[in-house]
Design a protein around this ligand. Structure first.
Ligand SMILES: [Zn+2]
Ligand SMILES: [Zn+2]
Length: 182
């Protein structure tokens, strides 16, 4: 995942818009950092933002959206989703030591080499950090009924109703069911 800076340097402007998209094969997969559950789609890593010159360095400020497929942890259904997060880094001419961020965290600046920035490692790391810890097809997914295997909110699943019946009344219920069929 490479950001080309040639146009930025030749434009002589103080800021340069970025609108890029990458596929997992462009490097993210190879880092081994992306969680196995998160199947990133073709061109599914979208980076929008800008590079700006700030004093004697450059700064990258962007929003990254990751579109992916996953399998719901509760109902096992495949689904598609996306997650977005801010991706901001200083850019330096060569690999300098980590810089102190405002929140106190140390952060590696991005290094320009031959007019390009390779964001494969830092961006894959950021995706891994922002990846969900639980994959759900929808927030309120009720999951599967362990008895019949249908969704718990499926109206045809009556398993929990049955469970509520005291086993001692089970025989009575059967009798009632039989009588109502007659
Ligand atoms: Zn689900
Ligand atoms: Zn059920």
């Amino acid at each position: 995942m490479i950001i080309e800076l040639g146009d930025f340097f030749s434009s002589q402007k103080s800021s340069f818009p970025l609108d890029l998209c990458f596929s997992p094969e462009d490097g993210a997969d190879a880092t081994g950092m992306i969680p196995a559950e998160m199947k990133i789609k073709e061109n599914g890593i979208i980076l929008k933002g800008e590079i700006r010159s700030v004093g004697d360095y450059l700064s990258l400020s962007s929003t990254v959206t990751v579109k992916y497929r996953a399998v719901c942890d509760r109902c096992l259904a495949p689904f598609e989703a996306e997650t977005s997060f801010g991706f901001e880094r200083q850019i330096v001419a060569s690999q300098k030591k980590a810089v102190q961020r405002e929140d106190g965290e140390e952060e590696e600046p991005l290094a320009v080499e031959e007019g390009k920035i390779d964001v494969t490692e830092p961006l894959s790391e950021a995706i891994a950090l922002e990846a969900p810890t639980v994959y759900l097809c929808r927030e309120e997914c009720p999951g599967l009924c362990p008895t019949c295997g249908k969704m718990r909110d499926d109206p045809t699943c009556k398993c929990s109703e049955k469970k509520e019946i005291d086993p001692r009344f089970e025989i009575l219920k059967k009798l009632l069911d039989n009588s109502s069929e007659v």
